[in-house]
Design a protein around this ligand. Sequence first.
Ligand code: ZN
Length: 516
Amino acid sequence: MAFGLFLTATSCSGDTGEKPVGALVESETPTANIEEATPTQTPTPAPTPKPATTPTLGENPGSSGLGDPYFPTLGNGGYDVEEYDLQLLWDPGSKYLVGEATITAKIVEDLTSLNLDLSGMTVTSVKFEGSNLDFFREDNELIIVFQQPVVKGTMAALEISYQGFPGLVENLNLPHSGGWFNTENMFYVSGEPSSSQAWHPVNDHPDDRAQFRIEFTAIPLVEARTWNWEFVTNGFLVEKTESDVDKSITWIYETRYPRAPYLTVLAYGIFKESEAVTLGDVHLRHWAESPPLPSDIFEAGVETFGHDYHAMFEVFTNLFGPYPFDTYGYLVLNETLGYALETQTLSIFGYDTYQEPNIHVHELAHQWFGNHITVGDWSNIWLNEGFATYAEYLFLEESVPSFSIDDSFFIPMYELVEQGNTFFTQPPPGDPGRDNLFSASVYFRGAMTLHALRLTIGDALFFDSIRGYVEQYGGQSATTNDFIQLVEEATGSDLEEFFNGWLFQDNLPPLQELYD
Ligand SMILES: [Zn+2]
């Protein structure tokens, strides 16, 4: 994720007196603007069926969390999801969603029950091997009780029917609101570290990546205002059909790479697709909410705002290794979001962040760092943000001959600290705390840590280590310790003190030693 604050890599080098805290405020939740409902087509909300008594969970219930130190109830233990097959029926008039989720998971412990994460929404039935299962809800947990224990190694397919008015993820004290946002002209889904559980049952943690197949059907409004609306999500559109009966339109998207649930983006509105370009093996195409955004928005991205995706792909594939997926693009909304998010293969931007070329660089870099390699838990957030921020400076270094990371970023950061401004360097980024998940220090001191490492071990070993990290942990999750161990093995050096100072101690390590 990148906030509007982090607009230019050099913005922190000049106006030293400024402390732009205000720029870090969360984007406002768009006000739901309820359109006139079309009562004849609105599905009837179902009452919540509840077991008469809370069913017994047996000896081996799956856990309600994955042990995340910041978000203990995100994710669940005892299974590993392989695929989410989500069938969604959306009524844009009433903004009511009816969903059928088939979740295929490998059971990794003997289980008498398991948990899924789900915020709001009403579950109407849970089926397993043709039988209805008992289930109940506790806050954002959906607890499903098996009739007989399911043994470790089983591939289980759970069919969950649910419905409701999707909204923001509740009960988690998120540092940044996530979930389903309705606006007057569309909806979109976005949010880190959690957004998926606002609209489907999920193992909501980056440590459980899975395939997604999304089948989305929109009921047409009576006044036919939605006839030209498009549904957009990650991956490839494999089918789009219109029903002869009621003129509803169905889109089916599939992905070819597993992803963390928070990296799913969904949007439905008036979206224009750019012409597709092929960059090597990558299919590059974008979407824009146009109109009202200008009809030449894609051209303006290149000509006015300077988004040079050819150059970005060239620099990053040289530095980090091959792009880890087969498609990429941005989705730009006619919203002032205050941030952009690296939703996998289709990053989401507001029209504000869209205009900042460095944010495009940042979100593309996240496809390697954050998406291909996911965080083992959220305390390791600097492995996402420090890397993506440093990638902004690496891109400038590679593409602007006179640009110096030392002179434009690294040394000026020390000067700010000398002047008493610790906005970009406190708290230490290695374990910033839940409320500081997106603090400026996670981004900037995270990036400084990587630059200091490069100064310490030299360019050759530094870039070998980064490529080695992508090769070893791509498609998996990683922790700070994994990264440190990998660099220590690559260099044959003990770097414990170095990383401890940079990531966990209050004071920045002395500058002079790095240039000796
Ligand atoms: Zn980011």
